[in-house]
Design a protein around this ligand. Sequence first.
Ligand SMILES: [Zn+2]
Length: 293
Amino acid sequence: MRIGIDLGGTKIEGIALDDAGQVLVRRRVPTPRGDYAGTVAAIAALVDEIESATAARGSVGVGIPGALSRVTGRVKNANSTWLNDRPLHGDLESALGREVRLANDANCFALSEAVDGAGRGARVVFGVILGTGVGGGIVVDGRLLEGPNAIAGEWGHNPLPLPAGDDLPLRACWCGRAGCIENYLCGPALSREREIDGEAALTRYEARLARALAGVINLLDPDVIVLGGGVSNLDRLYENVPRLWGAHVFSDHVATRLAKHVHGDSSGVRGAAWLWGGAMVVKSAPRPQRRLS
Ligand SMILES: [Zn+2]
C-alpha cells in the first residue's frame, strides 16, 4: 500500500493507493497554518488514521510546497512560509518511524499525470500548476527530474518573457524578484484582472501563458504539457494557447500537446503516493546529511 500526503496551505490530504492505483481510503484535515509542530503532528495523525482504516502499513510520500535544500536538508522556497528552514524530512521520519519521501507539490502533480494521467505513455512530460501559486515539474521516461539544486521545473519564478503594456511595471514577487511568471499566471492575479477587464483579461492571460510555455518548449521540447490548478479548468486555454505559442517557438511546427489534468485536485496526493514507485522515481543527487537540531 502506498500512502500519499499532500501538504497544502489550507488543507492536508491523505490517500492510500493499491498497486493498481485504486484509492483505498481518503482523508482530509485543515492545515495548522503558522504552526510547524502542529503540521508535523497533523500529518502523523493522518497516516495513523489511514493505516487504521485499511488495517495495513504503507510507504509514505509527501508533497510539499517548496523543496528540500541540497545544502541544509531543510525546506526552502515554500510559500507556506512557516515550513521554511525547518527539518521537515527528519521530523516526519521520526514521527512516522520509517523512511519518508518528500517532493515538491508540482513535481508530485507532474508524476501523477505522467504515471496514469494526461501524460501517460509520453516520454517527456511538463506538469504545470496554475493555482494560488505557479509551479512546474518534469518527468522523463517515468522518472521525476529533481536536479542538483532541487528546482527542476520551477518555471514560475522565471521572468515573464517579452513584458510589455499591461505587464509593466514588473510585479513584485514574494520570492524577492520582480516580473516572475507566477505573478501574472497565478489564479488570484487572473481573478483580479477579470474583475476589472472581463474577457480582455482572459485574452491577455492566454498570450502570457503562450509566451511563457514557448520558453519551456524551446528548452525541454516536451511531448505534452499538462495543466493543473484552478485556472486549468478554463477549457478555452487548450485551444487558444497552442494557437499563440507557435510565434515564440523555434520550430516550423509544434507537436507538443497542451492537455488538461486527468486526476484534478487528486493529482498532488496521488503523485506523492507514487514517489514510492520503485525504479520509476530516481533522485539525481544523494540526500544531504541532516543537521541535528
Ligand atoms: Zn518569484
